[in-house]
Design a protein around this ligand. Structure first.
Ligand code: TXA
Ligand code: MG
Length: 343
């Protein structure tokens, strides 16, 4: 079975995407973060097919995508002032908020949690589909579970076509390139569950200085799993082993040279180190943003990982970049793509 590539500018093709969704078939849609594998919130068969296509464990809940604040409020038990403030500041856009769910939001969607994760995407194609359909869509990233998220329709077809995905709507390359930021409001504190396309700095500013607490527990995957089950430590993984170097000064090229022949080096920004030549095994050096932009680094991260994965290196050695802005999300994804971490 081949995967249809639909053009949202052709009314009949947009209608075909919507008809598939109505018929409980998942359809991959572009969003401003990454491509999502969409299915109707109110269709258990559609959600079951999403889990099957991704080979995703049922304990990992799905983000619900809505058009606006009213639609988000309608599936929740209501919004407190800080939640409203964040929604007003960032919707439509890449902020996902955990809200107390209404009873009708199913077990399959939230994996049994009383919290539902909700966001309003800004991508015009995703929004057009939501408008035509007139109901919310669940959409995890359109990749097999644990693998790199797709940021182009071509990546989606390569990733899920072989497993029977029927259709993807074309929407160009994703603007942000990393997934939405996931937060939960706890009294007046913003709990950060997944760093993403909205930075901590933006959250602080928009909330008028509310404290942001990072409650991802890096060292305790079991505890972390209870909060965002998808944040299993190994995620976003290419087939090529990734080594993440947390502390470059301690574990620089000289230390690693003996371990790795035929590897690629991946750095976020240009490194000031002059010792690259001493990295004997490195065959290629890739800089995510040569001009030092965290936005650019995030937007090309997953496509770069996919590209390097196709080149047949023995390993990809990734160096931690600065944590500022979207750097936090970039480091998070690289860390979780890694099969080994140093430092
Ligand atoms: O940018 C994004 O958020 C993309 C686009 C397509 O919207 N979607 C996305 O979905 O990244 P996914 O399923 O790949 O990642 C969602 C994460 C998972 O780690 C999941 O465990 C967590 O959100 N999550 C979803 N619902 C949750 C809930 N009710 N409680 C806690 N974590 C939740
Ligand atoms: Mg994902």
């Amino acid at each position: 079975m081949s995967c249809l590539l639909l053009d949202s500018n052709v009314p009949a093709q947009l209608a075909a995407a919507v008809a598939r969704l109505r018929a409980d078939e998942p359809v991959a849609l572009p969003s401003e973060t990454v491509y999502g594998l969409a299915g109707r919130l109110y269709s258990e068969p559609a959600l079951a097919k999403i889990f099957a296509l991704k080979a995703r464990p049922r304990f990992d809940p799905l983000i619900v995508h809505v058009l606006d604040k009213a639609a988000g409020a309608a599936i929740s038990l209501g919004l407190n002032p800080l939640e409203e403030k964040l929604i007003d500041a960032f919707w439509p856009g890449p902020l996902t908020i955990l809200l107390k769910k209404q009873d009708f939001v199913t077990h399959l969607c939230t994996a049994g949690s009383p919290w539902v994760a909700v966001r309003a995407p800004s991508h015009p194609v995703f929004r057009r589909v939501l408008e035509e359909l007139g109901e919310p869509l669940c959409a995890p990233s359109a990749n097999r579970f644990g693998r790199v998220s797709p940021t182009s329709s071509r990546d989606v077809v390569a990733e899920l076509g072989p497993y029977g995905l029927g259709a993807v709507v074309e929407g160009g390359s994703c603007e942000h390139g990393v997934e939405s930021t996931i937060v939960r409001v706890n009294e007046n504190v913003i709990e950060l569950l997944r760093p993403g396309a909205i930075s901590v700095e933006q959250l602080v500013e928009a909330s008028g200085g509310a404290p942001v607490r990072n409650i991802k527990v890096e060292k305790d995957p079991e505890k972390e799993a209870l909060l965002t089950p998808g944040s299993a430590l190994s995620h976003y993984a290419p087939r090529t082993p990734v080594l993440f170097v947390e502390d470059y000064l301690q574990f620089g090229p000289k230390f690693l040279a003996s371990d790795f022949q035929n590897c690629a080096l991946l750095e976020v920004f240009p490194s000031e180190e002059s010792s690259w030549d001493s990295w004997a095994g490195a065959k290629e050096r890739v800089t995510l943003s040569p001009r030092g932009s965290d936005l650019e680094a995030a937007s090309v991260l997953f496509a770069t990982l996919r590209g390097l994965d196709a080149e047949g290196f023995d390993a990809i050695v990734a160096l931690r970049g600065p944590d500022e802005g979207l750097g936090l999300a970039v480091n998070d994804r690289l860390r979780r793509a890694a099969s080994r971490r140093l430092g």
